[in-house]
Design a protein around this ligand. Sequence first.
Ligand code: SF4
Length: 490
Amino acid sequence: MNLVMAYPAIEEFALSSLGYMYLYQKAKEFDGINVERISTDNINCSQMNALSFSMSFDFDFMGVFEILEKLKIPFCVKERTKDMPLVFAGGPVITTNPRPYEDFFDFMLIGDGEELIENVINILKSNPDKKSALEKIKKLEGVYSKGNNAVKKTERLNNVIYSPLVSDKSYFKNTFIIEAARGCMNRCAFCTASYINLPFRSCDYNQIIEAIELGLTKTNKIALLGAQISAHPDFEKIMNYIKEKIESGTNIELGISSLRTDSVTRNMVQTLVLGGQKHSTIAIEAASEKLRRFINKNLKEEQILNAVKIARENGLKGLKIYSMIGIPNEEQEDIDEFIQLAEKLKSQNKGFNLEFSFSTFVPKPHTPLQWAKREDTKTLEKKQKYLEKELAKLGIKSKFSSAKWDYWQTVLSRSGDEIAPLLVYVYQNGGNISSYKKGVKELNINISKSIDGYNINEPLPWDAISIEPRKELLKNELNRLLHKKNFSKD
Ligand code: SF4
C-alpha cells in the first residue's frame, strides 16, 4: 500500500507547512503503508494507491494540476481508469468550500486532519480494492464527495503539534514551529481562520514548554503558531519562560507572526526583542472604529495608539499595521479616519518604522459576511491610490494586495462546481488574470453570484458542508452586527 502526500507548491513551502509536514510524519508511523512526499518541484515517487493534496491557499489548484499533469493522471475523476490511484484533498481551502474542486478529487477531508487521515489510512490498508475502499471512506465523518454532504471534523488538540523536521531548505529556515493554539475566539465577521476553527483550542502550558525544549535541541529558532497566539491563556507565562531562558544565556530566536493589538504588553514585546525580533505586525482590519465595530473587531483608536507606543518603547524597531479596504458599508469618511489615525501614529512615534499593509475584503464562506457583495475593482483601486498618496505625504510606506487578484480569489472562494472547467482552462492558459477573464467568456460561466453576493434566504454552494456555528446562527450574528449601526442590509 503506497500513499503519496503532495504539496501543491514548491518544496520550500511544503517544508514550511506545519499541518502538512505533521500529517506526513503521522502517516509514516503507520505499519503496513509506505508514505512518500512530493511537491511541484520534486515529484519523484513510487507507484501509488492513493495520492493526497493539502490545499491552504485559494490558488493552490494550479499546483494540484501541475502535479497531476507531471504524474500523467487526468484532472477529472471520471477520466481516470481503475488502475489509477484514489486522489483526495484536505486543508483550509477544502474545509471552507470544497465545491469548486469536487470533479477533481474522489473525496475530500473536511476539518482537522489528524484523526481523519488515520481513519482513511486504516481503510486504505485493509481494502486494496479501490472501489470498496472509496465506498467505506465516503461513509466516514468529515468526508465530502460530490453529492454527499459532510459535517466538519474537529479535534480536541490534546497534544501539541510541532515541526517533525527542521530544515534550512524551508521558507522558515531552520525553524522549529509549535502550534500553541488553534482557531480564535474573537469571531471577526469576515474571518475564516476563526469561524472554520471553532471552538478556540489552546495547548497545555507544560506541553508547549516541553516542545520548546525539544526544539532547542535541534535549533535556536522557535516560532509559536496560532491564529491569535497571544490569546493563549498562558501566553504571558510562556513569554516569561522564554525570557528567563534567554536572560540566563540560552540563544533563542523567537518568532510570533502577529500581536493582538488590544493586549500588547511590555513583557511580550521585551521577550520578542530579546529573542531577536525587530519588527512585528498588528492587525486592525478596518479603516474606522465604526467599521471595526461592525466586523466585530471592537478595537478603539486609543488601543491602537497604545499598542504602537508599547512596541516602540520596549525595543521593537518597527511595526507593520495590517488592514482591509472594501468592507461592506465603507465610506470615504472611514478611509479619512484611517489617514487621521496614521497622522497621529506618525507624530507620536517619531523615528519608529511604521508600514501599512492593505488587502481588499474577500467575503468567505461560513462567516457572517458570507452573503456580502464584493466592492468593484475600480472603486477599490481608487481607494488604494488615495491611501497610497495620503500616506506618502505623511512619509509612511504602504503596500496593497492586488484588487484584481482578490476579485478572482472571491470567485474561487464563493463558487460551486460550475467553475471546475474554468480552473482547468486557467491552468492550461497560463494562470494569469487574462486567462480567468477569457475562460469565463469562452466557457460561458456565470460568476456574478460569487461577486455580487447571495440573498440571505437562497441556497449557498457550500451548504453541503456543516460547520458550527451553522447558517441560522451566522444570520443572527449578521443581523446583530447590522443593527449596531443601523447599516443597510443590502
Ligand atoms: S481576524 Fe484575527 S482576531 Fe479576528 S477572528 Fe480572525 S484571527 Fe481572530
